[in-house]
Design a protein around this ligand. Structure first.
Ligand code: PXL
Length: 293
């Protein structure tokens, strides 16, 4: 812009030239809202927003904290909310570019997520089958709910189980380590249901920690290894899945989206280590949120 007069300077300050004409992307996030502890919607919303995408939260439950280590958390089930909420958006003619599901509070919510997907057939379906970590089911997940979560992966565009959840989806015992060949076979089996699959936090028999993915549409396999850090935090799977979703919506390939998400989630852990806080408080992703803008 050439500055010729006073009004040009005013225009510059008020960013008149930065008026956007393209339609903003919209992502519905069907997940819980845990107040303290940095997981689920409390991290997904700021991350997706920072990537310039509108995030529409659809809470499956409201909790005072996540379920990992804070004692008697307050829990409000939102099972009767999701379907009328979906009906309202349909009536309004809201068009979602993606629907991303995560932590569910009841078996019925599996049906509600499936109805949500069917109501917006043009939206990409990202399913994070949140069920457990480190070989253990989360406190609120019954074996019945785990069974039903398998249904959500059918027809999803991308699923993002962690190593524990991948074992649950495939009815395999949780292994401490896995060979590269078996890890790839797991992805192929997951892609028998979903179009593409990512397994986060796989520990390979070489000792490497990796996020591995198979683009079931093009057949491309990728392994993104990362140097493990000496602490483990809740919510990093949600950080990973929301960055990956944002990058996919922005046009990245699955492999590139997985690389970006791995890098950001690891950086978030890196800037948190040594903060003197218990790991249950989560990662201080706010410190690096600007890097996503
Ligand atoms: O980050 C996964 C997650 C999501 N929601 C709730 C959780 C957890 C992990 O502990 O407790 C309520």
């Amino acid at each position: 812009m050439t500055i010729r007069c006073k009004s040009d300077i005013i225009n510059l300050f008020f960013c008149k030239e930065a008026i956007h004409t393209e339609k903003q992307l919209i992502c519905a996030a069907i997940h819980d809202m845990s107040g303290f502890g940095r997981c689920s919607l409390a991290v997904i919303m700021p991350i997706i927003s920072a990537m310039g995408i509108q995030c529409v939260p659809v809470p499956t439950a409201v909790l005072s904290t996540h379920t990992g280590g804070f004692g008697d958390f307050v829990f409000r089930d939102m099972t009767d909310y999701i379907e009328p909420c979906c009906e309202h958006y349909k009536a309004l003619g809201v068009g979602f570019d993606a629907i991303y599901s995560g932590f569910l509070a009841s078996e019925e919510q599996v049906d509600h997520c499936l109805s949500f997907f069917s109501a917006f057939p043009g939206a990409r379906r990202i399913v994070d089958p949140v069920m457990g970590d480190d070989g253990v089911r989360y406190k609120t997940y019954t074996p019945e709910l785990v069974e039903r979560m398998k249904e959500l992966t059918v027809g999803a565009d991308v699923i993002t189980p962690n190593f524990t959840e991948a074992a649950m989806l495939l009815d395999e015992p949780y292994p401490e380590k896995i060979s590269g060949t078996d890890a790839r076979k797991w992805l192929e089996r997951l892609c028998g249901k979903a179009k593409s699959a990512v397994i986060t936090g796989a520990v390979l028999d070489t000792g490497e920690h990796a996020n591995i993915c198979l683009d079931g549409t093009g057949g491309e396999y990728n392994c993104v290894c990362w140097e493990p850090l000496p602490a483990s935090y809740p919510g990093t799977g949600d950080i990973f899945a929301s960055v990956m979703t944002g990058r996919l919506l922005r046009g990245d390939t699955l492999a590139d989206a997985v690389k970006s998400a791995t890098f950001f989630a690891r950086r978030a852990v890196e800037v948190t280590i040594g903060n003197g806080q218990p790991p249950r408080n989560g990662v201080e992703f706010e410190r690096i949120l600007g890097e996503l803008c």
